[in-house]
Design a protein around this ligand. Structure first.
Ligand SMILES: [Zn+2]
Length: 100
């Protein structure tokens, strides 16, 4: 999985495969397209597609945190955006996409 760090937290974030806006609509809400694999914050999973083994991801996150756990998808063309809220929040948001 390719990882892209974004220096803004407000969005918008668009799917790299179809261009649909998947984050930043309204008040920090996450929508999804058919390419969205997952959306997670440091507090947990917001969305998880059927292509992702949710229980495996959650176990990994317990051990390594959500940022590291969501880095580890084997799909060669998948992309993850990592967004970090500025201090004092330091909250991370991680959204992953894969082509079909
Ligand atoms: Zn898409």
């Amino acid at each position: 999985m390719q990882r892209v760090d974004l220096e803004f937290y407000e969005g918008p974030v668009h799917c790299p495969f179809c261009g649909r806006k998947t984050y930043g609509v309204g008040k920090g809400s996450i929508s999804r397209c058919k390419h969205t694999l997952f959306a997670a914050t440091d507090e947990g999973l917001e969305y998880c597609s059927r292509k992702v083994k949710r229980n495996v991801l959650e176990k990994r996150a317990e051990r390594d945190g959500w940022d590291k756990a969501t880095d580890k998808f084997a799909h060669p063309k998948s992309v993850k955006f990592a967004l970090y809220a500025p201090p004092p929040a330091f909250m991370g948001l991680y959204i992953g996409y894969a082509p079909e």
